[in-house]
Design a protein around this ligand. Structure first.
Ligand code: GLU
Length: 465
């Protein structure tokens, strides 16, 4: 039996971090076993489903690299198939029409509540003859669920979880208007899509008992279930917006790499010894259901940021330059020219050692691209207005005559100059930095000079003198 997993988001909002992790686990499990990973958009709630949310989910998954097999399946389009299954169960006596009106059911529940009983459908139409049906009332179809015994979920994460069937009432499969309920749609779709493994949030565990009853009524194989604990915030409370329960797109905007987010989400709820850095290819080799933890994991932006720093340093300069280009163009206010793009690529080895996000990287890189004369920040301006000016001015003359513009030569010249003028190197390097970058912090200044090149460097120095 080949493995088939699926991600089944409801398109009522963006692809949030919990959903992304569920998708990742399903993706990895399928890849690990050479199986298929399917995408099903659960858009049966017409009032809350939006195209924008569908787009955000598809974008988010694509950005993360979680490519699904085949076309996405839209649940709403399958409503007729869902209804057909309900009608088949009806014909087989495994489901029945219930004509109880909403008012009647409200009254039933009110009475149960008043008597301190659990509120459940009491099966009033289960064994009644349909000839007793009130005229003009469209019925719902309910599952004739077993009254005795128990229903057990063999969950690969939660273990064996059992509930007495007396605790479950006869659920509605098809509403009076002929539309399927969520429970019916999920089971029929998972069966028809030949899903072998359902990996989803543990908020769905309680639904699973009823879903198993439905599989049994249909005579279908029950898939393997893994209910993964939800993600909590660093304070232990359920993850909310305040904690960073944002869409995948927000993490992209904040400058995280998809590789880093995937690695982080993987470790959030799954472990392989003490390994923290697990690139996708390795994750595919290692992923298993045994490694999924049973307690809620805590989302920690600082950890994600550190991992991102690692993946930034690992990324190739070509790749980084390409994804950085639009951000830099935004900062500079114009698309980068070829010269500028080449300069960024030369600067990246130095820059990426010092940044943890693409946002930081772009901010640190932008001085290379600024048009002359640079605007100096306050500290840089102050430095050049005070004792930085004189050494810079004398050193500029040496630089102008220097034939070789490599970092090592530049540094050697600067050292010689500082020594012969009885200055600490910083007393020269800082004004150089101020003139060349407009700021008092930057990558090593001689590296900066080599990357800027002779003409641009001398131009920037002359601008401040
Ligand atoms: N559509 C459900 C949700 O977004 C998931 C259902 C499932 O995975 O079975 O929570």
């Amino acid at each position: 039996m080949s493995v088939v997993t699926r991600f089944a988001p409801s398109p009522t909002g963006f692809l949030h971090i919990g959903g992304a992790r569920t998708a990742l686990f399903n993706y990895l499990y399928a890849k690990r076993h050479g199986g298929k990973f399917l995408l099903r958009i659960e858009d049966t709630d017409r009032a809350r489903s939006t195209q924008a949310a569908v787009d955000a989910i598809i974008d988010g998954l694509s950005w993360l690299g979680l490519e699904w097999d085949g076309e996405p399946i839209y649940q709403f389009a399958r409503a007729e198939r869902h209804a057909e299954v309900a009608r088949k169960l009806l014909a087989e006596g495994k489901a029945y029409y219930c004509y109880a009106s909403p008012e009647e059911l409200d009254a039933m529940r009110a009475e149960q509540k008043a008597n301190g009983l659990p509120m459940r459908y009491d099966g009033r139409w289960r064994d009644r003859d349909p000839s007793e049906a009130p005229a003009g009332v469209p019925p719902v179809i309910r599952l004739k669920a077993p009254k005795d015994g128990e229903t057990t979920v063999q969950d690969s994460v939660q273990g064996t979880v059992t509930v007495a069937n007396t605790q479950l009432d006869d659920m509605v499969l098809l509403r009076a208007d002929g539309t399927p309920t969520y429970m019916l749609a999920v089971v029929v779709d998972d069966h028809d899509m030949a899903v072998t493994h359902v990996i989803r949030g543990d908020d769905h565990l309680t639904n699973t008992f009823r879903q198993i009853q439905l599989y049994n009524a249909c005579g279908w194989d029950v898939p393997n279930f893994s209910h993964i604990p939800l993600i909590h915030g660093p304070d232990g409370a359920k993850l909310s917006k305040r904690h960073g329960a944002l869409g995948a797109d927000a993490y992209r905007d904040m400058g995280f790499l998809p590789e880093a987010l995937c690695n982080y989400l993987l470790r959030l709820g799954w472990g392989h010894g003490d390994d923290e850095i697990i690139p996708m290819a390795q994750a595919i080799e290692w992923f298993d259901l045994d490694g999924i933890g049973r307690s809620p994991s805590r989302f920690d932006v600082a950890k994600l940021t550190n991992l991102n720093g690692h993946y930034l340093r690992e990324a190739s300069d070509d790749h980084l330059a390409a994804i950085l280009a639009p951000r830099l163009a935004d900062l500079v206010g114009a698309p980068l020219g070829d010269e500028q793009a080449a300069m960024v690529k030369r600067a990246l080895p130095g820059l990426k050692e010092r940044a943890k996000t693409l946002v930081e990287l772009a901010e640190n890189a932008v001085f290379y691209l600024k048009a002359r004369p640079l605007t100096l920040d306050d500290k840089a301006a102050k430095l050049l207005a005070e004792d930085g000016r004189a050494p810079l001015s004398s050193f500029a003359q040496i630089l102008a005559a220097l034939p070789d513009w490599r970092q090592e030569t530049l540094e050697e010249e600067a050292r010689k100059f500082a020594e012969s003028h009885d200055l600490k190197l910083g007393k020269l390097a800082q004004p150089l930095r101020a003139a060349l970058t407009g700021s008092t912090v930057s990558p090593p200044i001689f590296e900066v000079m080599e990357i800027l090149g002779r003409e641009e460097s001398l131009g920037r120095i002359n601008d401040v003198l």
